[in-house]
Design a binder for this molecule. Structure first.
Ligand code: EPZ
Length: 418
């Protein structure tokens, strides 16, 4: 298992290019199942979740070729299999995103139930309820969910809870249903909007993406298209945190500042200087006098739960007490115990983490538990005294492209230990 070895205490300076959004590329690759034509996706991040999805869609019959310029050509001329097997789904629950497209394209799908992961139970009951409302018969047995429908028909679908992939899954199925669907209490994340834009370029009729009410007029078939994936707002937020915590000065390029306004505003509240420096560019300047600020994670446009761990690392260096409330997932504080081993002063009280700073962190051997927890440990290691070794960085590799190369180019003392 690879490890990252980081020697803290170096200001980060320079320019970093933000990769395409993993959580937009995943549904976009699944959407290629909706048409027999070729789909070209640009600005694909080369991260492990993308390679897992490539394996999965290839098993379903999609011809996939990745080009060296971060683009991918996908062509689902014929669907050869309708099943997403457990060995793939267990490594990446987002595999569930092939359910809607398979059901819409062929009338049948069999996908392993994703099971929980470190941050929570991660049920898909709302995805299933949406498919049933579209007229599918859905059975769950032997750890698989089977969905079948001779023809999907449009319907009113109200999501009990806001679910990002649930909204995406049902939107893709509704695109080929007979008649109109109206999704209420839909997720408003930029990745949902990006998928809707791609579907509309394929001939779908999706309106209202980015708002809680999405209207979809089903069409008979969808065509191929070329679509550029939006920048990764969580990678951007993570690099803002590295610039802030090392009192550095970074410029992010190829990002979309409007997708992380809540993070930017919160960081400014703590004394971090952030400015938009041009199209797709933003600059962060850290501060020696960071101030504590409370935060509650919320669905978009609120403060992203995927930035909670990185923010917690930063708040260990802020004077005062920050109360961080995780309002989305039931168990997303695993990074706190590892940060405490580095010297952080954190108390967990249910869904709240109370961080008291400023505390000096000291390098330690720490273990990553999930994708964003591992990012949090890297952020902390950049400012800790001495050497930190982050173990199980396969978590990090799921969602960050060449993170040690990007950090090294900014002045971090970081190396990967095979
Ligand atoms: C997406 O996961 C992201 N993944 C997650 O990013 C992100 O943390 C999450 O949205 C919240 O923003 C992808 O887009 C691939 P949800 P998703 O369905 O869609 C409950 C990362 O770091 N729920 O919005 O699985 C669920 O338990 C990952 O890249 C149900 O109860 O999250 C959770 O409490 C981690 N029933 C809440 O809703 C359902 O059927 C939000 O989950 C579905 C969800």
């Amino acid at each position: 298992m690879d490890k990252l070895r980081i020697k803290g205490g170096h200001r980060l300076e320079g320019q970093v290019r933000i990769s395409g959004a993993k959580n937009s590329a995943l549904p976009a690759m699944a959407a290629s199942l909706l048409t027999p034509d070729e789909v070209v996706l640009e600005n694909i991040p080369l991260v492990n979740d993308i390679f897992t999805t490539r394996r999965l869609v290839r098993e379903l019959g999609v011809a996939v070729e990745f080009e060296p310029d971060h683009s991918a050509r996908l062509k689902a001329e014929k669907i050869l299999s309708h099943e997403a097997p457990y060995d793939l789904v267990k490594t990446m629950r987002a595999s569930v995103l092939v359910l809607g497209p398979l059901l819409a394209r062929t009338g049948y799908a069999r996908v392993s139930l994703p099971g929980g992961c470190a941050i929570g139970a991660r049920p898909i009951n709302l995805h299933i309820k949406g498919f049933e409302k579209l007229g599918a018969t859905v059975r769950t047995e032997h750890g698989y969910v089977e969905a079948a429908a001779a023809r999907l028909r449009g319907s009113e679908i109200l999501f009990d809870k806001i679910t990002v992939t649930g909204t995406e899954n049902v939107m893709m199925a509704a695109a080929l249903a007979d008649g109109r669907s109206v999704l209420q209490n839909a997720a408003c994340e930029p990745e949902v909007v990006d998928l809707a834009e791609m579907l509309n370029k394929m001939g779908a009729k999706v309106e209202g993406a980015g708002t809680p009410t999405i209207t979809i007029e089903g069409v008979r078939e969808l065509k191929g298209t070329t679509h550029r994936i939006i920048p990764d707002r969580i990678e951007a937020g993570t690099f803002l945190a590295t610039g802030a915590i090392t009192n550095g000065e970074l410029e992010l390029i190829d990002c979309n500042p409007s997708h992380l306004s809540s993070v930017t505003e919160k960081l400014r509240e703590t004394g971090v200087n952030i400015e938009i420096t041009g199209l797709g560019r933003m600059k962060v300047r850290g501060s020696e006098d960071l101030r504590a600020a409370d935060v509650v994670t919320k669905e978009y446009p609120g403060f992203a739960t995927d930035m909670q761990a990185q923010y917690m690392a930063l708040m260990t260096q802020a004077a005062g007490t920050s109360v961080i409330t995780e309002d989305i997932f039931e168990n997303r504080f695993m990074h706190a115990s590892e940060l405490m081993r580095m010297g952080a002063n954190i108390r967990i009280d249910g869904a709240r983490a109370i961080v008291t700073g400023k505390t000096r962190l000291s390098g330690a051997t720490v273990i990553a538990s999930d994708l964003r927890a591992s990012a949090s440990l890297v952020v902390a290691a950049l400012v800790a005294d001495g050497i930190t070794v982050v173990d199980r960085v396969y978590h990090l590799d799921r969602g960050y492209e060449k993170i040690e190369e990007k950090l090294r180019s900014l002045g971090a003392q970081i190396e990967r230990l095979k």
